[in-house]
Design a protein around this ligand. Structure first.
Ligand code: ADP
Ligand code: ASP
Ligand code: MG
Length: 468
């Protein structure tokens, strides 16, 4: 398959980087293409679990528990050093020296948080990006051990320049030229760049991150910058599946999805890709493949501009977001006034809160919004202080949003009816309904504890586990 390609970006996820064995295997997947004459750029995630650990230890330092933070750093350090050793690094090697230096800087950054008892989004990004910074040298080492030339670098060094939205940064438009400038020389010299994913840098050199799952996004940014033939995201699953395989045992791999379909899926909770991952690819039409590292010859999922139009399969996948809260603004008569609706949304927008679903009752006497529960408190405060006293705001927590996704739903009758009756047959009450204007999804809000049953029921109703 890869013979026709000249340039591929390969992204390796957390499980593909979790220990020396996984890293060697990942390096062998890149090496396979390199030996066929394909130029490859590698983008890596942190070792599985490390990102969560870094976030937790930063919180511990902020709350004054430096002993716990240091214990966690020590455990992580052992993991990175063991991997380096198992990959064949000598104790006095460059890799070991670099890992030691990175760990020392991490320890200092965490100590600073402890002294100040303050963890800003900026310092959190600095700390959490160490996960990727520590795994890049290990991948470069694994490539070198198999006789290839490699050069590891941070996201910033690779040219990823972002805005200052720490924790959720976006690439600046000049990023693409910068990446090309910085990486082309390595590629023409036969050196494989190994980039720490998830991270970028502001114009002042502060480290930013692109949001959870951001290594997918780093890879597609680099793919666009260099005009790659394809971007391959290697994972621990066969590809993008018809449902979360941890929830639905008979979930199946989806052969083809459009950029739009995959974005909807990721937006509605399918953790398999970052919600913005395909955005850099849209203009140039570069395909993204989601592939299984355990089964590299399996095609996985091809994500491209056009959807696969199978009239028998209007719905391709079902997905869910857990831990959602519904906020309902009520106030007879007042809500019909457009300015009031505008003030509801601007209060939410000022807080930069994602609205997962919105619906307005036909009497116009209430507006309901679904938001991630972690943002509910902030949203409530913003609404209460931003709206007139005549309006009332209520919160219902422990809700989930379930969505079906597929471009074939457009104009097809009976799709929502099928979804609703599948839910009804399980006795699941629908609290809110919305259909995206793109008609790529229909989403419903239901009781949180019923979400897995609901996912399975909807998956069955659309026969998503059956070969198409
Ligand atoms: P990586 O580090 O490779 O990006 P992630 O853990 O972020 O890995 O994403 C892969 C995981 O996403 C899978 O192991 C699976 O549990 C989960 N997942 C959730 N929904 C889906 C889906 N629809 N298709 C495939 N995987 C899914
Ligand atoms: N390591 C980061 C995360 O866990 C980024 C990624 O894996 O894509 O969110
Ligand atoms: Mg991921």
């Amino acid at each position: 398959m890869s013979q026709a390609h000249q340039l591929l970006v390969m992204k390796f996820g957390g499980t593909n980087m979790q220990d020396a064995r996984a890293i060697s295997h990942s390096a062998s997947l890149a090496a396979r293409s390199l030996r066929e004459g394909v130029k490859v750029i590698v983008v890596v995630s942190a070792m599985a679990g490390v990102t969560n650990q870094l976030l937790q230890l930063a919180d511990a330092a902020q709350s004054g528990d430096i002993a716990r933070a240091n214990d966690d750093i020590a455990a992580m350090r052992t993991r990175h050093f063991t991997a380096a050793q198992e990959l064949g690094a000598a104790p006095d090697s460059e890799t070991v020296r670099e890992l030691r230096e990175l760990h020392e800087t991490l320890r200092q950054a965490v100590y600073g948080v402890y002294l100040l008892r303050e963890l800003t989004p900026r310092s959190r990004d600095l700390i959490v990006a160490f996960g990727e910074r520590l795994s890049a040298p290990l991948m470069a080492l694994a490539l070198e051990q198999s006789g290839l030339r490699a050069k590891h670098m941070t996201g910033g060094e690779a040219g990823i320049l972002t805005d200052t939205h720490f924790g959720n940064a976006r690439p600046q438009s000049s990023t693409y030229e910068r990446i090309k400038d910085r990486l082309s020389g390595f590629l023409s010299a036969g050196v494989t760049p190994v980039i720490a994913g998830f991270m970028g840098e502001t114009d002042k050199g502060a480290i930013t991150t692109l949001g959870r799952g951001g290594t997918d996004f780093s890879a597609t940014i680099v793919g666009k910058a260099l005009g790659a033939d394809e971007v391959w995201a290697w994972k621990d699953v066969d590809g993008v599946m018809s449902a979360d395989p941890r929830v639905v045992k008979d979930a199946r791999n989806i052969e083809v999805l459009s950029y739009g379909e995959v974005m909807e899926l990721a937006y509605f909770g399918a953790k398999v890709l970052h919600p913005l991952a395909v955005t850099p690819l849209k203009e140039s039409g570069i395909p993204l493949r989601v592939k299984s590292a355990a089964d590299p010859d399996f095609a996985g999922t091809l994500v491209r501009a056009q959807a696969d139009q199978d009239p028998n399969r209007p719905v391709k996948a079902v997905t869910a977001i857990k831990n959602v809260s519904l906020l309902t603004v009520t106030g007879a008569g007042v809500l019909g006034v457009p300015e009031v609706i505008a003030s509801v949304f601007s209060a939410i927008a000022r807080e930069n809160i994602t609205l997962l679903m919105v619906s307005q009752s036909s009497s116009m006497s209430n507006v309901s919004m679904a938001v991630p529960s972690t943002d509910a408190e902030r949203a409530l405060n913003a609404l209460r202080s931003g709206l007139s006293q005549e309006l009332n705001v209520e919160e219902k927590s422990n809700v989930a949003v379930l969505a079906i996704v597929g471009s074939g739903m457009r104009g097809q009758q009976g799709v929502s009816a099928k979804m609703f009756s599948a839910l009804a047959s399980e006795g699941i009450n629908i609290q809110m309904i919305s259909q995206g204007s793109s008609e790529l999804n229909i989403s419903v809000a239901i009781d949180g504890p019923q979400v897995d049953t609901a996912t399975q029921a909807v998956h069955n109703a659309f026969s998503l586990g059956v070969q198409g």
